[in-house]
Design a protein. Structure first.
Length: 100
């Protein structure tokens, strides 16, 4: 799947929905709860529960990603986001420069 900025994706295992904020024309195996994410332009049947180890959940409004991908969670859920075997963790906020 091509992960272009602005793409809206939905989980097949829980209520998680995301928007790609950085990804370029990156082809990635993005999944949530162990099942591939799908385009969020319709109703998705939840086909299974999140897989063990991929059930830590996502937080609303948090950004998840790695060096080449960043996702914004628009609807929280019980599945964990992952690319291949790498589980994506929430990104830390960048610190602002101090003003002296």
């Amino acid at each position: 799947m091509r992960l272009t900025p602005g793409a809206r994706l939905r989980s097949q295992t829980c209520t998680t929905e995301v928007i790609v904020t950085r990804g370029g024309e990156l082809a990635a195996d993005l999944s949530c709860g162990g099942q591939p994410m799908v385009v969020a332009n319709g109703t998705v049947e939840h086909t299974a529960d999140p897989a063990p180890g991929l059930d830590k959940g996502t937080l609303l409004g948090k950004r998840y990603g790695n060096a080449s991908l960043e996702l914004l969670v628009t609807k929280a859920g019980s599945g964990s986001l992952s690319v291949g075997d790498e589980v994506l963790e929430p990104l830390q906020a960048r610190s602002l420069p101090s003003s002296d």
